[in-house]
Ligand binder design. Structure first.
Ligand SMILES: [Zn+2]
Ligand SMILES: [Zn+2]
Length: 185
């Protein structure tokens, strides 16, 4: 697999590097690369009433990159508050299955919950949500195991409880998906 990580302009490079290292740790067989050009968040994604960005529009932008570069998946990392119409907010979104995934650092940052800055906690949360969205892009659904990375995060509490790894059930599904992908390529 080939996965590119694309940060929007206010996401620091070292944060992208830490996230990518974490992803390599979970997907050791995958080639990861951090894109040097920053991801442009389309202005049409901004919803004036909600003061949030519609993640589906950003996904479209990321998908274009994935197709152009012939990637397995492109993962966008943005710092704006994301939403989808049915929910108050989302930590991220992905095509399921597909080539595009996005996460936002906005609600993963402890400072938004009036906690002191903590980059280790922020990047750990980013890694979990990034693995989760990549899991969706590969075709995995939500898992009921609260410690599995594919567990749905309704709040930051759920993100902190879950681990960055797949439970044995999701892992075996993932292995089957990857074998199929290998056979097709
Ligand atoms: Zn999900
Ligand atoms: Zn699971």
């Amino acid at each position: 697999m080939k996965i590119h990580v694309l940060g929007s302009k206010n996401v620091p490079k070292h944060v992208l590097e830490t996230i990518t290292e974490g992803l390599r740790n979970v997907f050791p067989e995958t080639k990861f690369k951090i894109e040097t050009k920053s991801l442009k968040v389309p202005s049409q994604a901004f919803n004036q009433d909600r003061q949030q960005y519609l993640s589906t529009i950003i996904l479209g932008e990321i998908r274009k990159h994935a197709e152009k570069q012939r990637l397995t998946i492109a993962l966008g990392v943005v710092d704006v508050d994301l939403y989808v119409p049915q929910l108050n907010f989302v930590f991220g979104e992905a095509e399921c299955p597909g080539k595009a995934a996005v996460i936002s650092t906005f609600r993963l940052n402890p400072e938004i919950y009036d906690r002191p800055p903590n980059e280790t906690l922020l990047t750990e949360r980013c890694i979990k949500e990034a693995v989760h969205e990549i899991g969706h892009a590969l075709g995995l659904m939500h898992c009921r195991n609260p410690f599995c990375v594919m567990h749905f995060s309704n709040s930051i509490y759920d993100t902190d409880v879950k681990q960055r790894f797949f439970c044995t059930k999701c892992y075996s599904t993932l292995v089957k998906i990857l074998e199929k992908k290998e056979a097709l390529s």
